[in-house]
Design a protein around this ligand. Sequence first.
Ligand code: GCW
Length: 694
Amino acid sequence: METHEPRVHAAWLPPEAFRSLGARRVLVHGEGLLVDTVLDEVSRACARYGGRVWHSPSWDVDVDLVLALRGAGELPNPAVEAARSAGEAALAEIGDGEPLGEEGFLLDRDGEVTVVLADAPAGLLYGLFHVVRLCAAAFDPARPPERHRPALRRRMLNHWDNVAVHPVMGQVERGYAGGSIFWRDGRPRGDLARVRAYGRLLAASGVNAISVNNVNVARTEALLLTDRLGDVAEIADALRPYGIRVHLSVSFAAPVLLGGLSTADPLDEGVRDWWVATTRRVYDRIPDFGGYLVKADSEGQPGPFTYGRDHADGANLLAEALAPHGGVVHWRAFVYDHHQDWRDRSTDRARAAYDHFTPLDGRFRTNVVLQVKYGPVDFQTREPVSPVFAAMPATRLALELQVTQEYTGQQRHICHLGPWWGEVLRFAPWGPGGRTIADVAVGEAGAGGGLVAVTNTGDDPFWTGHPLAQANLYTFGRLAWDPWRDPTEVLDEWMTLTFPPSATADPELVRRTLHEIMDDSWRTYERYTAPLGVGFMVHPGDHYGPDVDGYEYSRWGTYHFADRDGVGVDRSRASGTGFAGQYPPYWAQVYESPRTCPDEVLLFFHHVPYSHVLHNGSTVIQHIYDTHFAGVEEVETMRRRWRTLNGMIDPTVYERVAERLDEQVRCATEWRDQVNTYFFRKSGVPDAQGRRIY
Ligand code: GCW
């Protein structure tokens, strides 16, 4: 019997988005694998929309668009050569004398011709996707020249995909979009066309690196490094034409697990030799392999602590093996004690990354990137930004975001994370006006650790389960390219590509409605879930839906300490865990006192009485009630608004979102009622507006 894969949604690259490009006469000049990709993209667009494409050398043809490598030789076409020289002149004028680099490009207009110049093939590909994004505006005669270079060299996604299905976590850990694009039931999934299509989407968003397996590395996954390296090479081959390099999560215990050694001690000669030899074999097979990603001594994963060594010893061991090949180690700072006792008030999970890693600053090799989650705890809807970013000036730090919505509605809820990431990136840990998290990730001369995110994709026909969650993935890529960009502008860009105005009956209505639904959806999610930065009121294990006390007495840490008088975690220096003191002076002082601490993270830093008055004028208890009622109303409004799009957009998208909005309303209502009732019962304080609390 024949089986048919369901039609895969085009996400932000529907054919319609190529209409403007595809109707043009295009010349591609240069050679290379990624130039072939450019050619292929342009050819397909032109075949569909009636344009024409030439690949150098070409003679006297009239063109609308030239995409050329700067180093490629002269062409016997005066108009094209004139456009190229105009581009060169514009570059000399607006540039800083620096080359465009491996990935940068210039876009310019010369009379009737648009010209894209790049130093290297990847730049040409990014330039092409820029032309696609601009649509007709790329051919606007009055368009001034633009130069683009990514702020961050590595813009990486981590897949938490398992090769073998994990008995609890399934095929993809914290995956909400079906199975894995790469793996199924212990084997490669076998659909390399889908992998390639994925690479294409990622390249169009700006991503240039991915790790292909979960950071929790079990037996089968460990083998990817050795016996099953061929499976990784196949993925690398499929992604290479889109400029995406493959990285691998490895087990720190690999020398024991795979090499038959008796130890994985990082200072043991035999262990070092094993990593050197194994890594050499990886590069023999995958010459552009990116490197290793390691979760060590964390949530049961093996690490250097077993051997009495520290994390610099551990990371440097792998870095040394990778260095001759140009590879990097991404070493995760997510190390904490997950065997806590709620009776013990001295352990604070929020302190852990700083306490473990800051003493190691300066000891990591230059090809180690320390990958730090944005907050000190774990991808909550709201946390203060991790103080580690301000505390390790001699280490390359990457900011780790979570695109997969583990704690933010699991792609059943609309929760557009761009605004949150924007806040994190703009946070100035040394105080207002100082350097920001974006600056730290960029580093000096772009040598910082970059941006990394746990992806939200799977083999779901919409890629991300919730069609609107595609915007989170797209936004991540674009912010990784330019972390200073306004996330709302990026969202707008995503809308134009995904719902092309030329294919929509009422484009203005669609755009406005999507903005109304998505722009503030993260704050809406925050309103109906855990209040004031306290976090973690989720159902243990699956992390979906409310369970106020779910973690309160568990070994994973205690998060809210609610009693009849008040709520919150005292993390002050004066009377609490001292976490507030991990920040540089400005924020240490602001966070130290409930009087100065910003409302949105008040309960992260302080245990306060329910009658405590917030900066917004409300008491804590009334704020809890108000936000929970408001949050549910906002979700109901979202659903009403979505219904106005019925018949305007792709019906499969419409239906999938409509279905999920029903669940979002149900779940938000559950959150509201459980949280409000919980705090009403604890505090005995009635709602000032007399609304129904159960
Ligand atoms: O958020 C927690 C998740 C784990 C995850 C871990 C991590 C991959 O609940 O599922 O494990 O973080 O970041 O390593």
